[in-house]
Design a protein. Structure first.
Length: 356
């Protein structure tokens, strides 16, 4: 990352001030809507513009929201050498500066992990290992501090990029829900994203109005990564050539998908309760009569819920795999071998699903 003093924001000072007020108001409105109450809050701060803007806005709202203390948490993944160390130093300086701004205590939690070596040991995807490790550490920081809330700086642009990414990968309704504004992270601990309705342009304007610097992550400009091509090429192309409000449109799609999927999931849970029979060891048993009376899409979703509950690997389960499983349940196929060594077999009045 490199420092940036907001040179790329050409808006007028009056517009900056309006946007700055809007961002702070959006953060406050989001926190109140999500039920944030008095007590400590952990804020994940990478040093980038989004997380720095969130930390600054929450500091200014600290007294009114009762966030005491505000804990800035930075995990150094050690993936970019001196640049990563520079991010850590910068966040330390931000925490010190915010601690002197207004009333209320600001604490800092910093941790270093050789994430590349950890992913190599686990023989798993680096991005996945880093994400899981980051949230696990944030939960530990929160639990030690007695905090019930962890806030991250995901914006409306992050949501739009996620929706486009999942569309390109062929995601279904569940995936089109995008990034959740609020979700449980551990017992008594919730992860919230107060900037999820705020466009990145508004974040940049807020930082300019506050004369707040930030860091650039050089890996975000690597066009070999699909997510970066979506951010720097596809989304601007759609915004310029097709719909200037594409970010808002995609965010609205995520909300619609969330509402619709909620109803689908409730019906699938009901079907699971009615169709599942006592298991035979590690093998799940389902009543085919119950399944044959349900819509095919609902059968697929019911199996997804059971699969997730059992903790079976999901990475290679796409639409085709779920549909093959539904085909066995509906009597269109006698058996199917699925990823993770899971096998589905049609046995007269039941379907057996599990490891061989």
């Amino acid at each position: 990352m490199v420092m940036d003093r907001m040179s790329e924001c050409p808006q007028s000072l009056a517009e900056d001030s309006f946007r700055a007020t809007g961002l702070k108001g959006n953060v406050e409105s989001s926190c109140r809507r999500l039920g944030v109450e008095f007590g400590p809050m952990v804020v994940a701060v990478s040093g980038g513009p989004d997380s720095v803007a969130l930390a600054r806005a929450l500091k200014k709202l600290q007294a009114s929201l009762g966030l005491e203390p505000l804990i800035l948490a930075h995990l150094n993944h050690q993936l970019r050498g001196e640049e990563s160390d520079g991010d850590e130093l910068f966040v330390t300086e931000v925490a010190d500066a915010l601690g002197k701004l207004g009333d209320g205590q600001v604490r800092l939690a910093v941790h270093r992990v050789d994430m590349r070596s950890q992913a190599r040991r686990m023989k798993d995807n680096l991005e996945k290992v880093a994400r899981q490790g980051r949230y696990r550490w944030l939960a530990e920081v929160a639990q030690k501090a007695g905090a019930r809330w962890i806030a991250t700086g995901h914006t409306a642009n992050d949501q739009a990029e996620t929706i486009l990414h999942r569309l390109l990968r062929g995601s279904g309704l569940k995936g089109l829900r995008g990034i959740a504004e609020d979700r449980p992270l551990a017992h008594g601990l919730r992860l919230i994203r107060p900037l999820l309705t705020v466009p990145r342009a508004e974040v940049m304007s807020y930082l300019q109005a506050e004369e707040q610097s930030f860091r650039h992550d050089s890996s975000n400009f690597d066009r070999r990564l699909t997510r970066n091509r979506i951010r720097h090429e596809l989304l601007p192309y759609l915004e310029k050539g097709y719909n200037g409000n594409i970010v808002a449109v995609l965010c609205r799609l995520a909300k619609q998908a969330e509402a619709t999927y909620g109803r689908v999931k409730a019906n699938a849970e009901s079907l699971l309760g009615n169709a599942e029979r006592p298991r035979a060891g590690r093998v799940l048993i389902f009543d085919r009569q119950q399944l044959c009376q349900a819509p095919r899409a609902l059968v697929r979703e019911m199996f997804r819920l059971a699969w997730e509950r059992e903790g079976w690997p999901l990475a290679r389960m796409g639409f085709a795999e779920w549909d093959r499983l539904a085909a066995v349940a509906l009597g269109e196929a006698s058996a199917a071998d699925l990823p993770g060594g899971i096998r589905a077999v049609c046995r007269d009045r039941v379907v057996q699903l599990g490891p061989p």
